[in-house]
Design a binder for this molecule. Structure first.
Ligand code: F6P
Length: 361
């Protein structure tokens, strides 16, 4: 293939390992003699006036171990179309065409879109209006379909497990129940994996509605068996049976309700019902910040390299995916719109239950 120019954009919430993908793309593309243009602030950087810079080995050196994204990102603005379960984002055609024109003016022949479910469904929209795209799945929540995992998830669960380790010592010293609220709107993978790795006793996830009566019974039982303290990990999207999300009072700029508060609610109920002192800690964006783990550096690098391979093969409209320990590709349309959630009957849930973990059901 002769000299070629590609673009790259990081979209949605940031995620440890994004820079490893950028570096992987730049190195693999440069070795083929291609130029890489990095657009800033997510898809917003494609709109007028465009914000971009030429990425090369020299200005992407040393970023492999850096969290966040050197390009900046955005989950607000003109491309912000939050998608829920089973929905696809739909961005105004005028906005899409403005971005397409930027790519045409710069003679960019393909765009690497790194993003979550919403940003990837926008990538699909780009493909539909004639922009050559390849997608790279990015999520700390591990909720993108058709890929076993994505970079960012391992770093997030490392953070949750570390928080649990710290909470264990203070919980035991004070004979308390410590409740840790973690990210995960529709999918509870972070709570499940981070909680299991951190030795949590109770894990509440959106996929398994819980009952406060069961939570109370479980905590009482543990105490009667001699446990001085308990650790609960609660996904922000966990709900008591028949109820909807617990949200914060202040909506964000888009008027969207921000999740939050279920951890405090669980903590308050435990204290009121069992008499055991309880405290809630909200881990929040600490889960998204910081350096990527080695697993995420490797996965990000492999994803970046494979994105370039997909462009070389002209497999546009495809997304890099990780299945059976191999990096491959699926169509973006197969991957978006339906989030990957924890099957309540899965082996990992059974393993958690077998170690005595309660899901409050
Ligand atoms: O990346 C997804 C996510 O981690 C969700 O679990 C969480 O609700 C959301 O990001 C919060 O993102 P922000 O504060 O950037 O809107």
């Amino acid at each position: 293939m002769s000299a070629y120019r590609i673009g790259i954009v990081t979209c949605g919430g940031d995620c440890p390992g994004l820079n490893a993908v950028i570096r992987g793309v730049v190195r693999a593309a440069n070795l083929q003699g291609w130029e890489v243009y990095g657009f800033e602030e997510g898809y917003e950087g494609l709109l007028n006036p465009p914000q971009y810079r030429l990425l090369e080995k020299r200005n992407t050196a040393g970023i492999l171990c850096l969290g966040g994204t050197i390009l900046g990102t955005s989950n607000r603005g003109r491309f912000a179309a939050k998608v829920g379960h089973g929905e696809k984002a739909h961005i105004d055609l005028e906005i899409m065409n403005e971005a397409k024109k930027t790519l045409q003016d710069l003679k960019i022949e393909a765009l690497v879109c790194i993003g979550g479910d919403g940003s990837l469904s926008t990538a699909l929209q780009f493909q539909e209006i004639g922009v050559n795209v390849v997608g790279v799945p990015k999520t700390i929540d591990n909720d993108i379909s058709c890929t076993a995992t994505s970079f960012g998830f391992d770093s997030a669960i490392e953070c949750v497990a570390d928080a649990c380790d710290r909470l264990h010592t203070t919980a035991t010293s004070h004979r308390r129940v410590m409740v840790l609220e973690v990210m995960g709107r529709y999918a509870g993978w972070i709570a499940l994996y981070g909680g299991m790795a951190g030795g949590a006793d109770l894990i509440l996830v959106p996929e398994i509605p819980f009952h406060f009566d069961s939570v109370e019974k479980f905590i009482r039982q543990r105490r009667s068996l001699g446990a001085k303290s308990s650790i609960a990990v609660v996904a922000e999207g966990a709900c008591p049976l028949g109820e909807s999300f617990t949200t914060l009072k202040t909506p964000d700029k888009l008027g969207e309700k921000k999740l939050g508060g279920i951890g405090q609610r669980v903590s308050d109920e435990i204290q009121a019902r069992t008499g055991q002192e309880s405290r809630c800690v909200v881990l929040g964006h600490l889960q998204r910040g910081g350096d990527p783990t080695t697993t995420d550096r490797l996965l990000g690098t492999r994803f970046g390299v494979h994105a370039v391979e997909l462009i070389r093969e002209k497999k546009f409209g495809h997304m890099v995916s990780y299945l059976n320990y191999e990096v491959g590709a699926v169509t973006i349309s197969d991957a978006v719109g339906l989030l990957k959630t924890i099957p309540p009957q899965s082996q990992i849930i059974a393993a958690a239950r077998a170690t005595g973990i309660s899901f409050g059901d």
